[in-house]
Design a protein around this ligand. Structure first.
Ligand SMILES: [Zn+2]
Length: 183
């Protein structure tokens, strides 16, 4: 199941008549282009740079997405504004199908998809969105000595109190959240 987007096309690439070989596309977008509440203009205040490298052969098309931007956040401890450069990569394999347009439901996996011979474009908007959201760090602490020191202390205290079971619970939650983003 893929997220339906209402915003404008973020990374829409014409693939009809694309020759075998490597093709590189670059896009510069802003948060409002996505028209998506998750990609808010407060955090995503800087331009979002997207590179898509397409490698085409007779039977398949490999798409390597690379996204980078500067994100505006708040320190988890003192709420001071901080900025961070974030980046993410995602790879999708499209298998060429000579048959009629296969149903999206028949896709093999999120990152392995059918591509009908009749399709003229690929739209990577959803992939860009998910890659971007997954790149947002969960923990953010500014460089003030008190925040850095406190953060180390809290982390150590936490792991002593809760031990390994806490850490694995937390990692499981994180994995669940990442999965939700992919749906
Ligand atoms: Zn701080």
């Amino acid at each position: 199941m893929r997220h339906e987007h209402k915003g404008k096309r973020i990374a829409h690439i014409k693939i009809s008549n694309l020759k075998n070989g490597v093709h590189r596309y670059e896009f510069e977008r802003v948060a409002s282009d996505f028209a998506d509440e998750w990609i808010d203009t407060e955090r995503f205040s800087a331009p979002i740079f997207i590179t898509a490298t397409l490698t085409k052969t007779m039977t398949e098309l490999v798409v390597e997405l690379s996204i980078t931007t500067v994100i505006s956040l708040q320190c988890d401890r003192c709420l001071a504004p901080i900025t961070k450069t974030i980046s993410g990569d995602y790879r999708i394999l499209f298998l060429q199908s000579a048959n009629a347009v296969p149903d999206a439901e028949q896709d093999l996996d999120d990152d392995v998809r059918w591509l009908s011979a009749h399709e003229t474009h690929i739209d990577l908007t959803t992939d860009v969105r998910e890659t971007l959201l997954l790149a947002v760090p969960m923990k953010n602490v500014c460089e003030a000595p008190s925040c850095v020191a406190n953060n180390v202390w809290v982390a150590r205290e936490f792991s002593q109190t809760h031990g390994a079971s806490f850490r694995s619970d937390w990692q499981q939650k994180l994995a669940e959240i990442s999965k939700q983003f992919k749906n």
